[in-house]
Design a protein around this ligand. Structure first.
Ligand code: ATP
Length: 242
């Protein structure tokens, strides 16, 4: 059964149609990557699924239920967690408090202690820095805080919007190693990435989004080196493809 099923989704900002008839799905335990150049509509897709923007048309089902009309906090309760582009952590709070804030959904509260232990095992660096203000952490560490906070909500589907943005290649590599462990623990993931190589290495399957439309869908291994993918990223991003 599909965990997430998006059908015919359109998102408009005034007269600009950012997403046109977008249909994607994520199966239980699957990791799916959305590839696309700047402005392709990746963030609009994530935000629509998380309930941060209202679709113009189409439907979004999660675990068999239509969630289109649910506010974003209900979607978090249902098991959808978004790590937004730019991370969205609280810089003036400690790492510990940022993580604790992630554990607010009812579903997550009961096991908050063991989930915290799990997060600190996944990200040992955070265990060393629990009392540090999140805003003083490095970019890669802040991304770990953001992901750790999302994991604290015990998500069934973890969505990540460009986790590698602004990170040095070596830090990106470490981060994707961490995400691989999250994947192996059985959490389904939907990841938006411009770093094609890293995204495809992590994912089981991928979609290529170009100018608001899904133009390609295939197993991640088949998208590696795909000419459509390379073409979509021409103009400075070829390095990420090859
Ligand atoms: P990037 O990789 O650069 O973040 P993206 O693939 O995530 O891009 P979106 O942020 O979803 O793309 O934007 C898709 C299109 O919609 C862009 O042309 C963008 O300018 C436009 N857009 C996004 N948000 C708004 C908004 N709030 N109002 C008007 N236009 C918007």
């Amino acid at each position: 059964m599909s965990m997430l099923e998006v059908k015919g989704l359109a998102v408009r900002y005034g007269r600009h149609e950012a997403l046109h008839e977008v249909s994607i799905n994520v199966a239980e335990g699957e990791t799916v990557v959305i590839l696309g150049a700047n402005g392709a509509g990746k963030t609009s897709l994530m935000n629509a699924i998380a309930g941060r923007v209202s679709p113009f048309s189409g439907s979004i089902r999660f675990l068999g239920e239509e969630i289109d009309d649910q506010p974003s906090h209900d979607r978090v309760e249902a098991g959808i967690a978004l790590v937004p582009e730019g991370r969205g952590i609280f810089p003036g709070l400690s790492v510990r408090d940022n993580l604790k804030l992630g554990g607010y959904p009812k579903r997550a509260r009961e096991n908050a202690g063991s989930t915290m232990e799990r997060v600190l095992t996944l990200f040992p660096r955070l265990a060393e820095r629990l009392d540090q203000l999140a805003g003083t952490m490095s970019g890669g560490e802040q991304q770990m805080v953001a992901i750790g906070r999302a994991v604290m909500s015990a998500p069934k589907l973890l969505m990540l919007d460009e986790p590698s943005l602004g990170l040095a290649p070596i830090v990106t590599q470490q981060l994707f190693g961490d995400l691989e462990r999250v994947r192996q623990a059985g959490t389904s993931m939907l990841v938006v990435e411009q770093n094609v190589r890293a995204g495809l290495k992590l994912a089981d399957r991928g979609y290529l989004l170009t100018a608001g439309r899904i133009v390609r869908e295939a197993a991640a291994a088949d998208l590696q080196g795909d000419p459509d993918v390379s073409r979509a990223f021409l103009g400075g991003l070829e390095d990420a493809v090859h």
